[in-house]
Ligand binder design. Structure first.
Ligand code: AQP
Length: 333
C-alpha cells in the first residue's frame, strides 16, 4: 500500500534538536522510501497563533524550507510548501471547526501549557490550532503523520473530527483516519536546562536547546552547561527512569548514534558526566554541523528556496482544491 505522509513544522524560529530527532529525521527516512508519497508543510498559519514579527516570519519560512532540504529531504520526491499560500487549509479549518466539539478542544494539554495561567489572553487561534492541523492532514488523505510525542493528542483529535464528519454527513470513509508515526523511543527531547520540560523554540534561554544552526563551539558549550545531577551515570534502565536529565542526554546520544538505549547505558555505566558529555558533544557536532552548514549555504540562494515553495504550493493547491470542492458538495454549499 502506498503510504501518504503529511507533516508540518512551524516557522517560529530556532528549529532545534528536538524538532530534528522527533520529526524531521523521520521525514527524511520516510521520504527515502520510494513507496511513500510525502508532503511536508511549513505551517505558517499555525505560527501566528502566537505573535510573530512579520520580517522574521518571512525569514523563518525560508529557513524551515532550508532545514528540510539540508536535513536530506529530496525536493524531487516530495511536496514542500507553505500553508498560507494554499487557501483550502483555512477554509477546511472553518468547516471542521463546525464539526469539532468544545469539550474535545478543552481537553488539549498543549493549549493549557502554552496559554499558561492567563487563558483569557491567549488567542482564539491558539485554542483552535488542532482543528487547523486536522484540516492540513485530512485535505491530502494522509494515511500516516510523523510527529513528535507532543502531537499525539492532536492526532487523536484529528481522527475524531474525521470520523464525526463522515458520520454526520453519512459519507463513509470520505476522510481517512490517519495513523500517527511516533518513534517508540526518544520522541520527546527535553530541555538541556530541565529534564522535565520539552526542548522548545520559544524557551527564552538559548542554552536550553541545540539549534540546528548552532556553530560547533556553541554546541560544545551548551552540552557542557547542560543540567545533570551529582551522581555518576546510571547503571540500569530503572535508575535512568528516575533521573530525567541523565535520561534525556543518554536518549539524545542513543538517538543520534542509533545505539540501543540499553547499550548506551552499559557503555557509560558509572562514568562521570564530563567524560560522557565529551562523547555526546562529538556526536551532536558530527550529525548537526553538516546540516547547519548546509542551511547557511542554502540561505544564500533565496531564489532556489522560493522556487521549491512555489512548485510545492502549485501541487498542494491542485490536490487540496479538489478535496475542498468535494467538501462543499457534501456540506451543501
Ligand atoms: N522537544 C521535542 N522533542 C521531539 N519532537 C519535538 N517536536 C517539537 N519539539 C519536540 C516535533 O517537531 C515537529 C514540529 O514542531 P512544531 O514546529 O510544529 O511546533 P512545536 O511542537 O510547538 O515546537 P516547539 O519547538 O515546542 O515550539 P514552541 O516553543 O513554539 O512550542 C512536531 O512534529 C513536534 O512534535
Amino acid at each position: 500500500m502506498v503510504k501518504k505522509i503529511f507533516s508540518g513544522v512551524q516557522p517560529s524560529g530556532n528549529l532545534h534538536l528536538g524538532n530534528y530527532l522527533g520529526a524531521i529525521k523521520n521525514f527524511v527516512e520516510l521520504n527515502n522510501d520510494n513507496d511513500n508519497k510525502c508532503i511536508f508543510c511549513v505551517v505558517d498559519l499555525h505560527a501566528i497563533t502566537v505573535k510573530q514579527n512579520p520580517k522574521e516570519l518571512k525569514d523563518n519560512i525560508r529557513e524551515t524550507v532550508a532545514t528540510f532540504v539540508a536535513s536530506g529531504i529530496d525536493v524531487k520526491k516530495s511536496i514542500i510548501f507553505n500553508q498560507s499560500k494554499v487557501p483550502a487549509h483555512s477554509e477546511a479549518a472553518w468547516i471542521l471547526s463546525c464539526v469539532a466539539r468544545m469539550g474535545w478542544l478543552n481537553r488539549m494539554t498543549q493549549f493549557k501549557e502554552k496559554a499558561g495561567k492567563d487563558k483569557e489572553k491567549a488567542s482564539i487561534g491558539l485554542y483552535s490550532y488542532p482543528i487547523l492541523m486536522a484540516a492540513d492532514i485530512l485535505l491530502y488523505d494522509a494515511t500516516h503523520v510523523p510527529v513528535g510525542d507532543d502531537q499525539k493528542q492532536h492526532l487523536e483529535l484529528c481522527r475524531d473530527i474525521a470520523q464525526k464528519f463522515n458520520k454526520d454527513y453519512e459519507v463513509d470513509d470520505f476522510f481517512k483516519t490517519p495513523e500517527p508515526l511516533i518513534k517508540k523511543e526518544f520522541s520527546r527531547i527535553m530541555s538541556l536546562k530541565d529534564g522535565l520540560k520539552k526542548m522548545s523554540k520559544s524557551e527564552l534561554s538559548d542554552n536550553s536547546r541545540i539549534n540546528l544552526t548552532d556553530e560547533k563551539d556553541e554546541i560544545i558549550s551548551k552540552i557542557k552547561k547542560a543540567k545533570t545531577d551529582s551522581l555518576p551515570l546510571p547503571t540500569n534502565k530503572e535508575e535512568l527512569e528516575r533521573r530525567p536529565e541523565a535520561k534525556n542526554l543518554i536518549g539524545i546520544y542513543s538517538s543520534l548514534t542509533g545505539i540501543k538505549l540499553e547499550k548506551s547505558i552499559e557503555k557509560f555505566s558509572g562514568k562521570n558526566f564530563s567524560e560522557f558529555k565529551d562523547e555526546l558533544s562529538n556526536e551532536v557536532v558530527e550529525k548537526i554541523s553538516p546540516i547547519s552548514n548546509e542551511i547557511k549555504k542554502l540561505l544564500q540562494n533565496k531564489d532556489y528556496l522560493d522556487e521549491i515553495v512555489i512548485n510545492g504550493c502549485e501541487k498542494a493547491n491542485e490536490i487540496s482544491s479538489k478535496k475542498i470542492t468535494e467538501i462543499h458538495k457534501i456540506v451543501g454549499f
